[in-house]
Ligand binder design. Structure first.
Ligand code: C5P
Length: 232
């Protein structure tokens, strides 16, 4: 699959989402539906955007006992999204169960990726709050390797971690990277950020961009700037 920009549609309702996407005219960007929008509007939102012709990354970050994740993934499989995810922190066994639940009878399935450490987590918080003393890069690499062992397609990580993940897990192993800002934007609550151009240089396969597009005065222009910097 080629490089692409995924817009994080972090909106509280279908109305706001559609009003936002209407600004894109005939363009049908790859979109991410996260917890906020999915919990507000449910599977109907996924169906609406699929029918409109968007590719969908359903970002629900499942993290539970393996059996529960398997059953939940089996439900998500029927929604026919293009990409969904789990937390690698749920263990290899949980990721394997998720993959099994997501796989259709004919063996096809959406892409399944795992979150390593959230891009909002700093080294200090990981140490103090999670009692993980290793370096961020080592933790992310270890979780990425677990993800690969479980048979998933890639990880969500910071663009800064893409090179190490690709070296360890191979170039085909996908890095889907949020924490992307234009040089002139504020970081918000993200800790490990790069620009779209830097993400490209670092080898990210997909960038996930939220507020730099959704809060822009001209969202279509901001999206096109991302495409220019990251894809073209
Ligand atoms: O607005 P912003 O560009 O920071 O949005 C980033 C999006 O990526 C959010 O929807 C957030 O939930 C998601 N995400 C993240 N870090 C991860 C996984 C997902 O920021 N590790």
């Amino acid at each position: 699959m080629g490089k692409d920009v995924i817009i994080a549609c972090d909106f509280p309702s279908a109305d706001e989402t559609m009003a936002f996407l209407d600004k894109f005219g005939d363009r049908r960007p790859f979109v991410k539906i996260g917890m906020e929008l999915y919990y507000a509007e449910g599977p109907a939102m996924v169906r609406t955007l699929k029918e409109r012709g968007h590719k969908i990354f359903l970002d629900l970050k499942l993290h539970d006992i393996p059996n529960t994740v398997k059953k939940a993934m089996n439900v998500l499989m029927k929604l026919d999204v293009d990409m969904c995810n789990v937390h690698a922190g749920g263990t290899i066994k949980m990721m394997e169960a998720g993959l099994e639940g997501l796989t259709r009878e004919d063996g096809s399935r959406p892409l399944l990726i795992a979150v390593t450490q959230l891009t909002s987590t700093t080294q200090e918080r990981m140490k103090e709050d999670l009692l993980i003393n290793e370096d961020m890069e080592k933790v992310v690499s270890h979780y990425a390797l677990n993800t690969k062992k479980a048979g998933l397609d890639g990880v969500v990580c910071s663009p800064l971690e893409s090179p190490a993940v690709h070296t360890l897990c191979g170039e085909e192993f996908l890095t889907v990277t949020p924490g992307v800002r234009f040089a002139d934007d504020s970081k918000g609550d993200q800790a490990r950020v790069t620009t779209p151009a830097q993400a490209r240089e670092l080898g990210s396969d997909y960038i996930v961009v939220g507020r730099s597009i959704t809060s822009a005065a001209a969202p279509l222009e901001a999206y096109e700037r991302c495409i220019r910097e990251f894809v073209d």
